[in-house]
Design a protein around this ligand. Structure first.
Ligand SMILES: Cc1cc2nc3c(=O)[nH]c(=O)nc-3n(C[C@H](O)[C@H](O)[C@H](O)COP(=O)(O)OP(=O)(O)OC[C@H]3O[C@@H](n4cnc5c(N)ncnc54)[C@H](O)[C@@H]3O)c2cc1C
Length: 423
């Protein structure tokens, strides 16, 4: 296929070796039509990757197959993965009933529960890059490209830089949209023995991420072939760590889990960078945006960011760049904001607990979504598209022409959540 942009994309850098950076390096290797392009994969081995990120969306299944050239079964086994058919919600909403948010088509479409480290390893094998272990001090746009400054090395100029350095150190209102209408900011991660049935080949059993409402937040349960990951997601400004640990212990006991390994306590921001892409620097993964993992929206967002940037840069000649970059940026900001609205909405009907956390989430935090996503403040109409999905759900009959509408996720996802939560 003719790739008119490839001439202006000779030297590319990916900074960061977590899930986002690893996906970007493998994507450049696969999509760049000229084998003689130069790709530098830069990371500081002293700065650890975040390492969690074990739920995904169905688009990852085909994407990893394409990037690695390996059959699905091999990919799944190498990821120590299981097939995720959706998210099983326990105790959410006002109906007092458990329910499942299935991928569409239900019981057909699946994603992976995967080991994030193994995914990165597999993607590295599929990347053709020069590896540079160095700390990056700055990435700045310069005429026709971007300049990367290193600690202890001479700076380099690139045609395009993917910045996958993870969370920003602090949020700044000029640079970041604050989406703290999502009410959580901390996770306690524990690892427990596997609960899926052992298999000789890939595990074929249908599995679900469990999202269990608890008094101080909610717990995810992600079944992998080798272990099960548990994470308690809460707000450290509402609940102390001791109370959360003690409720976590009680939950594991009631779940029949007698042993666990404490892995980490992670603080996270909820934000969207206003400038994800400027034509020369593309922020991807946790450097671009983050929200809590209730619907596993981080890896899929990174996939979209990398795909949009590479496809527009390669597919369009460089004279369109100044016009394309703001349009791509607006699309990417809108995409993550729409995920944010979908995830925040999950809290809008509370849970089986009338606790300080759930009152805070339902009555104080979620109602701020309209001002946070006000189109005048965020330069895109994610809010209008979200409102339109809610309007469709309230129609007595949804026209067939609207069945395939999406606002980050399909209308079917909104319908399932609306039913389940009792909206
Ligand atoms: C509790 C929790 C649960 C999650 N669950 C899910 C889930 O189920 N599904 C999902 O999709 N996502 C999930 N995520 C999100 C997950 O973090 C991301 O999907 C994924 O790991 C992307 O991380 P990243 O690659 O952007 O950054 P990181 O993993 O933080 O990697 C950053 C990289 O940048 C490098 N680096 C940093 N600074 C520099 C520097 N100055 N110079 C050079 N190199 C540098 C580091 O060495 C590292 O290689 C979860 C997150 C949390 C907190």
């Amino acid at each position: 296929m003719l790739q008119p942009g490839s001439e202006s994309l000779r030297k590319i850098a990916v900074v960061g070796r977590g899930t986002a950076g690893s996906l970007a390096a493998a994507s450049v290797t696969r999509l760049h039509p000229d084998a003689d392009h130069e790709l530098h994969h830069i990371y500081d081995s002293r700065i650890p990757v975040i390492g969690v990120g074990e739920g995904s969306w169905p688009s990852l299944v085909e994407e990893v197959r394409q990037l690695t050239g390996l059959p699905h079964e091999t990919v799944q086994q190498r990821l120590k993965g299981t097939r995720k058919y959706g998210v099983a919600f326990e105790g959410w909403g006002r109906r007092g009933r458990d329910f499942t948010h299935y991928f569409t088509p239900q019981q057909v479409s699946y994603a992976y529960h995967l080991s994030a480290d193994l995914l990165a390893d597999m993607l590295h094998e599929s990347s053709r890059a020069r590896h540079i272990d160095a700390k990056v001090l700055d990435i700045a746009r310069v005429d026709g490209g971007a300049r990367v400054e290193f600690e202890g090395r001479a700076p380099e100029r690139y045609d395009l830089v993917f910045d996958a350095r993870g969370f920003p150190r602090e949020l700044d209102a000029d640079e970041h949209v604050d989406i703290s209408f999502i009410p959580t900011n901390t996770a306690v991660i524990r690892r427990c023995p596997a609960i899926v049935e052992e298999a000789v080949g890939p595990v074929l059993q249908h599995t679900y991420t469990r999202a269990v409402a608890r008094p101080h937040g909610w717990i995810f349960v992600i079944p992998l072939a080798v272990h099960t990951s548990y994470g308690y997601i809460f707000n450290r400004d509402v609940t102390g760590l001791d109370e959360v640990e003690s409720d976590f212990d009680a939950f594991l006991q009631s779940d029949g889990v007698s042993e666990f390994e404490q892995r980490a306590v992670l603080r996270f921001p909820n934000f969207v960078h206003r400038r994800i892409y400027d034509g020369a620097v593309a922020r991807i993964g946790n450097a671009a945006a983050f929200m809590e993992p209730l619907e596993a929206t981080a890896i899929v967002s990174a996939q979209i960011q990398i795909g949009m940037v590479l496809k527009t840069r390669l597919g369009r000649s460089v004279e369109h760049l100044d016009r394309d970059a703001p349009a791509v940026n607006r699309f990417l900001v809108k995409n993550v904001l729409r995920y944010g609205l979908f995830v925040g909405w999950h809290y809008s009907r509370g849970s089986r607990y009338d606790s300080p956390f759930w009152r805070f989430a339902r009555d104080r935090t979620w109602p701020r979504y309209r001002s946070a996503a006000d189109p005048a403040a965020v330069d895109c109409n994610a809010l209008g598209e979200f409102d339109e999905m809610i309007r469709l759900l309230h129609q007595p009959v949804i026209d067939q022409g609207d069945w395939h509408r999406m606002c980050a996720v399909p209308l079917t996802s909104y319908a399932q959540m609306s039913q389940g939560l009792g909206c």
